[in-house]
Design a protein around this ligand. Sequence first.
Ligand code: ATR
Length: 311
Amino acid sequence: MDKLLSKSEDVLKQYCAVYGQPIKHSASPVMHNSAIAELGLKWQYIALEVAPEKLGEAIEKAKSIGYIGLNLTVPHKILALNMVDILDDSAKKWGAVNTICFEGKNQNNVWTPLGQMTNFHQGELRAKGYNTDADGITLALQTDLGLNLKDLKVLFLGAGGAGRVAALKLAEEKAAELYLVNRTFSKSEELAAEINTRYPSTSVSVGYPQNIPGKIDLVLNSTSLGLNDNDPVPIDETKFKLANARSVFDMVYNPAETKLLAKAKAAGCNTSNGLGMLLWQGVKALEIWSGQTAPVEVMRNALTNYIYGNE
Ligand code: ATR
């Protein structure tokens, strides 16, 4: 009987998924399923390993079988720009898709997320691509470090995919001065040129800040240095002393305290790891799919327990 019951419940269930490669250690299912249970939705969120050459097919498949939505992670976010039916302005603006919402037409012929329709049976479907990563960055900085982003002076370490979006988003939020440092110099130059074109009121330069009055408000690490125990710190302390920064944010969240964060703390800075980015991009995705306010603290606790356990 129990089996039968769970079978019939499964038939009623609708699915969301995260696609990536690798995906085994993704914390997204635990985070989203905690919120789904809290909201009383009959959904289940799963993680699926999808190779980049199969991404288009996998998106179409999810659409055809009535998935609510998808999250995309490495290496799919840029590829997916050409694999959805329509792009939200957020995906156009940041040039990457990390969230897909499947939509059908409601009785008034208006495209509506499947997760917000109780009696959608058949009809045309479309995949709409969003970017919630950029909001994830700013919400994490605001909530975890208490920063007001306007007029900030920021030193960016890293100019890869995540670093680019972070720098552009802070420029959009009217940060005052951005300093870009990256192992591959040409990438920071390209990013500086893009910021100059898109957000001319933000002053941007390549390299460590030199002889500026006062402190830098924020040092933000978006390099992958810190993920492994034997990684060096991502900052050259002969060129910039952490004591000259008020706050340090490390996008790495595992380990919970990277060498950079430990040094920053010892130098008297406010510090935060990148868990909040994962949290807030997920919060925003769930709100797009469900149209409901996500239970942020439930999601944060689920993430913390899953990633750090009883550390
Ligand atoms: P993501 O999407 O997570 O940003 P990415 O686009 O591959 O990933 O960017 C990784 C960032 O970490 C880049 O800034 C990269 O520097 P390069 O542009 O020079 O590749 C930086 N990074 C990775 N390994 C590094 C290392 N060993 N030393 C310094 N920087 C490193």
